[in-house]
Write a protein that binds this ligand. Structure first.
Ligand SMILES: Nc1ncnc2c1ncn2[C@@H]1O[C@H](COP(=O)(O)OP(=O)(O)O)[C@@H](O)[C@H]1O
Ligand SMILES: [Mg+2]
Ligand SMILES: [Zn+2]
Length: 499
């Protein structure tokens, strides 16, 4: 059976670790001089070697070989740890065991000395996910660590850890691995596997790994299962699902011109084509970077990874957008990409980001938009009231509560609020009118949350039904124009009247 590369090529000793020289030096030293500590905190992005090094350290303190450079990787203890069957090395994934119980159990088991090894090692992965109770329990143990016990805590988000924990650990920060080091490491793997890949293809893989060996290996994995004799750059482009440069020129243009609907539709088309949404964000950021570089560099084609025919279009676009705006877009997209890493709904985050990019801080464009909208005379229209007045007030109130609930405090829900309305409630269902298919999707994506909040505020288990409402769509657009006008008044101090 085929084993994923990141499993096959998990280094067994310090020798195989790419980068992280600062960490390797400290740990090797501590192992050989027997001065290792009771508690370590490994911080850093995913796929940079935290778990791998934690296991190597666990081996190092339990290795029985009589050499200076422990671990040897071949003695029975090293082998048992590698296979995950050594009883004195205990791995806990806090992301799946957030309960205080596990740590309580741990607090008891901590009091027993190591059974076969020299040192009992607890590796707690994603430690920031522990509940407060579990943290407190862990803290007690860290305060008075029993003899021959070591804790290795690993996290991608050290800023979420209480200071009391931080202060009791030796903190080691794992860096992203440089492209050069990764390229060399991957070359070696490829030659071991007898797998041919061109330099530019490898370069593209490594550039896309963004410092994470794990991410790089998983792209390389896909290349290998591609089943070609030699992988070239175009294959990697296909595998990455990267959209062509033209798409980014176009969507940037739409956002710049505040054509939100068109931008969202374009995104829709690209993603329906099977492109990956996070990859899309990365590539879009890269496009803004190209725009920025083009502002400063004479021959950008030397620096940029884009085709010649697009260089001219990029130059043209770069001239049209000012630097501050480019910076803002890069920041906003990066933030969204970061959030998207942990979100199950990255697409919504990107859509909200697009809306934001198109609106934020561009009074001239907004003004222009209001002008054009004014000329096509959007009339303030109230939808005819179809339900009895007292019922209507109730529904509005419930709907408002749903959106003001702490649980719905996230981007996509704020957005949904603008284009939805509670139309009816019957015995089994509540009916939500949505302005258009974009809001329809927001509603469906948030279905579970909406149903549970409705249960909270009506006391009944109801199913959600969505109905498209052209009327609401009109009102929503009207509302958006009013919002923009209000914003204009705030920013520019002028009166905007909508006919
Ligand atoms: N610094 C590194 N050197 C060599 N391989 C690495 C490195 N970091 C990660 N890897 C590879 O990626 C896989 C996952 O790494 P892991 O240690 O689990 O990362 P983390 O715990 O930081 O998310 C490993 O099995 C290994 O193949
Ligand atoms: Mg890990
Ligand atoms: Zn050993």
């Amino acid at each position: 059976m085929y084993q994923a590369l990141y499993r096959t090529f998990r280094p067994e000793t310090f020798e195989g670790i790419l980068g992280q020289e600062h960490i390797v030096r400290i740990l090797k030293n501590q192992i050989s001089e027997n001065t290792f500590g009771h508690a370590y905190l490994f911080c850093g992005t995913r796929g940079t070697g935290k778990t791998t090094v934690a296991r190597i350290l666990a081996k190092g303190v339990n290795c029985t070989a009589d050499i200076a450079d422990r671990p040897c990787g071949t003695c029975s203890n090293c082998i048992a740890i590698r296979d995950g069957v050594f009883i004195d090395v205990i791995e806990i994934d806090a992301a799946s065991n957030t309960g205080v119980d596990n740590i309580r159990e741990l607090r008891e088991s901590v009091n027993y000395p190591p059974a076969v090894g020299r040192c009992k090692v607890y590796i707690i992965d994603e430690v920031h996910m522990l509940s407060t109770g579990a943290f407190n329990a862990l803290l007690k143990t860290l305060e008075e660590p029993p003899k021959n016990i070591m804790f290795i805590l690993a996290t991608t988000e050290p800023q979420k850890l209480p200071a009391t924990i931080l202060s009791r650990c030796l903190r080691l920060d794992f860096r992203r691995i440089s492209e050069k080091q990764m390229r060399e490491g991957f070359r070696e793997i490829c030659s071991k596997l007898g797998f041919k890949i061109s330099d530019s293809a490898l370069g593209l893989i490594v550039a896309n790994a963004d410092g994470s060996v794990r991410d790089g290996l998983s792209i390389l994995d896909q290349c290998i299962s591609f089943g070609k004799d030699e992988i070239v750059k175009q294959d990697v482009l296909d595998i990455l699902g990267t959209a062509g440069e033209e798409v980014f020129i176009e969507i940037t243009d739409l956002v710049e011109r505040n054509l939100i609907a068109e931008a969202l539709l374009l995104l829709n088309r690209v993603l329906d084509d099977g492109k990956d949404v996070r990859q899309f964000m990365k590539d879009w950021i890269a496009h803004y970077r190209s725009l920025m570089i083009t502002k400063f560099v004479k021959n950008p084609e030397d620096v940029l990874n884009v085709s010649l025919e697009n260089v001219e279009r990029i130059r043209e676009q770069s001239n049209k957008i000012d630097l501050a705006n480019i910076n803002k877009c890069i920041m906003e997209l990066s933030r969204t990409l970061n959030e998207a890493k942990w979100s199950t709904q990255p697409r919504i985050l990107l859509e909200v980001c697009i809306v934001k990019l198109a609106f934020d801080g561009k009074p001239e464009i907004i003004e222009h938009k209001v002008e054009t909208e004014k000329t096509i005379k959007t009339k303030k229209q109230k939808a005819p009231v179809q339900v009895k007045m007292d019922q209507k007030i109730d529904k509005e109130k419930i709907w408002r509560k749903v959106f003001e609930d702490g649980e719905s405090d996230k981007g996509s829900m704020n957005f949904l609020r603008k284009g939805s309305r509670l139309k009816d409630i019957d015995e089994y269902s509540f009916y939500v009118e949505v302005a258009n298919d974009i809001f329809m999707r927001y509603a469906n994506d948030n279905c579970q949350l909406l149903e549970s909040l409705m249960e909270k505020y009506t006391g009944r288990k109801l199913k959600m039904e969505c109905i498209l409402s052209p009327k609401l769509n009109e009102e929503t657009q009207q509302k958006t124009i009013e919002d923009i006008a209000g914003e204009l008044e705030n920013r520019l101090g002028i009166d905007v009247e909508i006919e």
